[in-house]
Write a protein that binds this ligand. Structure first.
Ligand code: ADP
Length: 187
């Protein structure tokens, strides 16, 4: 399923994000940037050691205490089909009253901003925070789509396509419904 927002294609795909041959895939990392489970582990396994080496340099030079929740950084894609990886840290779900919604929007907004600053025109996102971090996907999907749509509207010449890669058919269905009701004016 696709929708156009200000000339930018938003596309839903069911599959494994490590197969995406795009300018950048986004990693749902943790603040240590040293790899982990879920999509993070899959990206480091397929991308090889160059990604971890780049993360270590970022930790040393920019974020000695770790990447804060909601922020994003760019590394090489190593051996991945994608040229780059944008690492962002989504919030851990604590029930919804600890600004989890705002922090999830920050993760998408700052990932798009890193893509813009590095000239990365086609970007693929996983469903950040909805796995090990426990964010309910029915609440995460409109935040993901709305925040990316807002970035597309704000910078229409900057991006060609943003893909949302859903690992399971159920997750794809949640996103399909959310994309269907996304209003042209949603932020
Ligand atoms: P978080 O810690 O941010 O919750 P996870 O990696 O545990 O991150 O899960 C985020 C989402 O990524 C979940 O929906 C999970 O099913 C999905 N996922 C896991 N592996 C992959 C993969 N290889 N490609 C795409 N999505 C994946």
């Amino acid at each position: 399923m696709t929708r156009e927002i200000s000339g930018v294609t938003l596309r839903l795909v069911q599959g494994d994000i490590t197969n995406e041959a795009v300018d950048a895939i986004v990693n749902a990392a943790n603040s240590g940037l040293m790899g982990g489970g879920g999509v993070d582990g899959a990206i480091h396994r397929r991308g090889g050691p160059a990604i971890l080496e780049a993360c270590k340099i970022i930790r040393r030079d920019q974020y000695p205490n770790g990447l804060p929740t909601g922020q994003a950084v760019v590394t090489t894609g190593g051996a991945l089909p994608a040229r780059h990886v944008i690492h962002t840290v989504g919030p851990v779900w604590h029930g919804g009253d600890r600004n989890e919604h705002g922090l999830l929007a920050d993760a998408y907004r700052n990932s798009m901003e890193q893509a813009r600053q590095h000239g990365l025109r086609t970007v693929a996102f996983p469903a950040i925070s909805t796995g090990i971090f426990g964010f309910p996907i029915d609440q995460a999907a409109p935040i993901a789509l709305g925040t990316v749509a807002e970035a597309a509207r704000r910078h229409p010449e900057t991006f060609d396509e943003v893909r949302f890669i859903l690992f399971s058919p159920d997750d794809y269905e949640v996103y399909r419904q959310a994309l269907g009701v996304l209003r042209e004016t949603d932020a």
